[in-house]
Design a binder for this molecule. Sequence first.
Ligand SMILES: Nc1nc2c(c(=O)[nH]1)N[C@H]1C(S)=C(S)[C@@H](COP(=O)(O)O)O[C@H]1N2
Ligand SMILES: [Mo]
Length: 349
Amino acid sequence: MRNLSLIVHNLQPENKETPIQFIESDILGPKLFYRRNHFSFPTLTFSNYWLPVNGYVDTPRIFSMQEILKLPARTIKVVLECAGNKRGFFEPKVFGEQWEKGAMSHGYWKGVSLRSFLELVGIKEDSKEVIVEGYDYGKRTDTDRVYSFTRSVPLEKALHPDSIIAYEYNNQPIPFFHGYPLRLIVPNFYAMASVKWIKQITVIDSIYKGPFQSIDYVYYPNKNNDEGAFPVTAMNVNSTIQKPLDREILNTGTHTIKGIAWTGQGSISKVEISTDNGQNWRLANIRNSGPGDYGWFPWSYEWTVNVKGEYTIMAKATDSTNRTQPASPFWNRKGYGYNAYDKITIKVE
Ligand SMILES: Nc1nc2c(c(=O)[nH]1)N[C@H]1C(S)=C(S)[C@@H](COP(=O)(O)O)O[C@H]1N2
Ligand SMILES: [Mo]
């Protein structure tokens, strides 16, 4: 394999993206798994890990790692996509990390349903949300206060058996940079929901208003005011062309156009390709993922081109709930959820 590495956006905190166009394996190992952090990496000083589950519950408990490893586990194949993936393509430009197409990963997560923990401590009847706190903390640029990376999960999502407290990634303990020893995985949601380095879990009977969900990870449709704001939750339907590369020069003949498609709702039902800037669309072949699977769908399309010139190639995915990628993105002030047709321009010589 080529000597690939992550593309650096920022070193403090560490933000690096996956060279997604060059990924040929279906599963991303730790070396090519994007990294997105709000703070410095936490210093984990414990020699024994304990997980407190407390708050609005009948019997708060502290679980040892040994206990956790004995609970019934499940393994799920998951796309994690940063809500800011493809932010660099918004026009007009928005503030924030200028991610291109690689703020995403794909692999197998193994762990215990968050639901199992909630059943063991007994949540009280009018519980509303479950807060998950990470060990990393620091100052936000907008205030002087110190915060940890903490987010809540609505009860309905917290009780879904596939929302898991994971301890393995691709059959190995979770790599430190991706949340060792325990990470929440919320399939279908943008990855800000999947809190790394879990410190504690707290059930509440109110709506959590921490800055990582009341300030960040909110869609603000207007440039100058907060009108119409709504939270970032499930991933939009989306696709990325991996081959050919943008600005590649090809010969006449037959070429394979290939890529991936994914969604946070249902599964991918079709991917269409246009090689004439969106005038005509043809179906790509999709390789299916299985049921109970939150993975991406690889697709490919054989393209025969005999006329030299410049071509704009586009991909458009549709999911089983009938959501389709739009021609232009939904612009929002913080640049979340970009999912317009994926587009490259190539030249045939
Ligand atoms: N504790 C903690 N969890 C976190 C974050 C963080 O900064 N701290 N960032 C979130 C965001 S916005 C994303 S996109 C993913 C990134 O996960 P990765 O670094 O493993 O790719 O983790 C999420 N969970
Ligand atoms: Mo993110």
